[in-house]
Each structure stands twice: as C-alpha cells, then as structure tokens.
Design a protein around this ligand. Structure first.
Ligand SMILES: *Cc1c(COP(=O)(O)O)cnc(C)c1O
Length: 230
C-alpha cells in the first residue's frame, strides 16, 4: 500500500510542478509518519523515501535508532521548550517555531552542543483561533530577533492550512504565506534570506506546490488514515 501510495503522490507532485513551471527538485516530500509503525516507514524507505516528519519528540527519539543516518527527520508538531534538548542536533529542521521564547530555547540548546538549528517560523496565516503559530503581523519582529541568534538559521515559513472540503479554498492562504516571505525578505534584515515554504498536506499539497511550497507534508496520502489510541 505504501509503495503504491508513494507512486501516486510522486506523480501528483510532478504534475503540479509542471502546471506551475517549477522544478521537481525544488519540492521536498516529507512523509509524515506520526503514529505509524517502523515497518511501514521501512516500506517507504525501500521505495526511496529518506525524509520523515513527526509531531512528537518522544516518537522521534523512539524511532530514530531503527533507521540509518542518511534519513532526515523533520519536527513538524508543536514543540514545548522543555523538550528541545532531547531533539537538539537530531533533526534536519524544526518547522514549528511559534514563539520568540521557543527560538531562545533552541538557541540555548544548540549553542550548548555547538550546532546550528535550521528552523521555520510557523504562521497562523488563516487566523484560526484553535491553531498554533504567529499572527502574520507578529512574524517579522520574531524573525528579526531570531536572526541575531548565532545558533539559529531562519530558513523560511511554515503553516497548517484550515481543514476544508475543497482544497482550492486554501490557495489564498498559501499565496499569502508566500507573499509574507517575499515581503520579509525584501526588508534586507541581516542574516535573513528565507527560501523555504512548508505548506500543503494530503488534502491540498498540489495547490500548495502551485503556490510555491518547497516542503509538502503528506501523511494520510502515503500511510493511510491514522488510528489514535483512546
Ligand atoms: C499530521 C500532520 C501532517 C500530515 O497530515 P495529512 O493530512 O495526514 O497529510 C502535516 N503537517 C502537520 C504539522 C501534521 O501534524
């Protein structure tokens, strides 16, 4: 199932790139493996996948020993400050930096291990009350502060778009996230040249690619629906 699903997702990505005149190489597919067993992830590995996304620190720590070093782990879920130490140096990118205090904690923990954290700033671009992420108008100020931190590299922006029936409804949000990135880049802030846009999930990744996504985070579309224990 995973192998077949990956083929479908891959061809959808290729076609979305073609429609929008983009290079396939400029879009990274993150296989979101949260709640899924190592066996299913190994099936994805056999099909060539090396980039996994998880939303819990514990799950990353638990799964990592089963995988070779060339696998990239992306932290995509809400990150509590007291858990930063556990993943410091162990993930390729943290997509979900949603406060200055969290950025400060990441700076502290990465400084302690002598490494640089690649981060994305999470933006609540659709202004949903239930979502994490900075409001669009708060984003620049946080980036200005994070840019001064020696062990943090701000690589771009991330958003979780609303749950919608028709994915076209999210096009405006993806477009707005890209505009926000272009706008902040244009201010020529020292150390800020953002190139990454992490946006689009199973329901809407093709639209996100058409609007400039460089990372798409696909879970259900690869591994099937998730069963959460009660
Ligand atoms: C679970 C999750 C995804 C994947 O969602 P699907 O709809 O299953 O593709 C993407 N991004 C984040 C932040 C998630 O938590």
């Amino acid at each position: 199932m995973v192998t077949e699903n990956l083929k479908t997702v891959e061809s959808n990505i290729v076609r979305a790139c073609e429609r929008s005149g983009r290079n396939r190489a400029d879009v990274t597919l993150i296989a979101v493996s949260k709640t899924k067993p190592v066996e299913q992830m190994e099936e994805a590995m056999a099909a060539g996948m090396r980039t996994f996304g998880e939303n819990k620190v514990q799950e990353i720590i638990k799964k990592q020993p089963y995988f070779p070093d060339d696998v990239d782990w992306h932290m995509i879920g809400h990150l509590q400050r007291n858990k930063v130490r556990q993943i410091a140096g162990k993930v390729a990118m943290i997509h979900s930096v949603d406060s200055l205090r969290l950025a400060e904690q990441i700076q502290k923990e990465y400084e302690a291990i002598g490494k640089v954290a690649k981060i994305l700033i999470e933006v609540n671009i659709a202004r949903e009350e239930t979502k994490f992420g900075l409001m669009p108008e708060e984003t620049e100020a946080v980036i200005r502060e994070a840019a001064k931190m020696g062990n943090i590299e701000v690589r771009g922006l991330m958003t979780i778009a609303p749950y919608v029936e028709d994915p076209q409804e999210n096009r405006v949000h993806f477009c707005n996230l890209r505009k926000l990135l272009v706008d902040i880049n244009s201010k020529n802030i020292d150390n800020v040249n953002m190139t990454e846009l992490s946006m689009g999930m199973t329901g809407d990744y093709e639209i996100a690619i058409e609007e400039g996504a460089t990372f798409v985070r696909v879970g259900t579309g690869i591994f099937g629906s998730r069963q959460y224990a009660k």
